[in-house]
Design a protein around this ligand. Structure first.
Ligand SMILES: [Zn+2]
Length: 191
């Protein structure tokens, strides 16, 4: 009998604790879910989701420290550009060719990426030296390459002294994630 009471009591206490914790959880304000945001940005579904200004740097830190498929870099570029007031929604209604190459050369010189769709708003065509891009450099260095090519292809930018649009063989792995994030505006803010 004592044993039965013990089990009953244990059950009641456990039930009580579980109820208490689940109530507490429900009463808390809705937590900002960074994984959900990253998913929405990657899949280009952020239209109805307001990202609080104060959360942007945390979000970028998570977002830019991962590797992605090429189309996801494009979605993230489109999301960033929308924060600077651009509307490139037309991009998705035209052909998009994002090609992974085993090797990539331009005029006999090895290059990280090439943009063929520049000055043609009805085509996005980018080729990436994929083994280098995906395996040899940091996540934010991959972003630097892809944003550079998208800068040519979508923003129709030339090379310049601005970090992302520089035409040089920088040692990508020397750049910190923080440096890269701080340099993103140089791409989108029209001078
Ligand atoms: Zn270039």
């Amino acid at each position: 009998m004592k044993r039965v009471l013990e089990i009953l009591l244990f059950g009641l206490v456990t039930f009580g604790l579980l109820t208490l914790f689940s109530c507490e959880k429900e009463d808390l304000p809705i937590e900002y879910n960074i994984d959900e945001l990253v998913f929405l940005i990657k899949s280009n579904q952020l239209d109805n989701y307001q990202v609080e200004e104060s959360k942007l740097s945390e979000l970028r830190n998570v977002l830019y420290s991962k590797k992605y498929e090429l189309e996801e870099y494009l979605n993230i570029f489109l999301w960033e550009s929308s924060l600077y007031g651009y509307d490139f929604s037309y991009v998705k209604s035209h052909p998009i060719k994002l090609v992974k190459k085993e090797n990539l050369y331009f005029q006999d010189r090895r290059v990280s990426g090439l943009a063929y769709g520049r000055d043609n708003d009805e085509l996005i065509h980018i080729e990436i030296w994929w083994p280098h891009f995906n395996n040899e450099i940091s996540s934010h260095a991959s972003f630097k390459i892809m944003f550079h090519e998208l800068g040519h292809d979508i923003l129709n930018l030339n090379h310049s002294d601005d970090y992302v649009m520089m035409n040089s063989n920088i040692n990508y792995n020397k750049m910190s994630l923080e440096d890269f994030i701080n340099l993103i505006p140089s791409l989108f803010i029209i001078k």
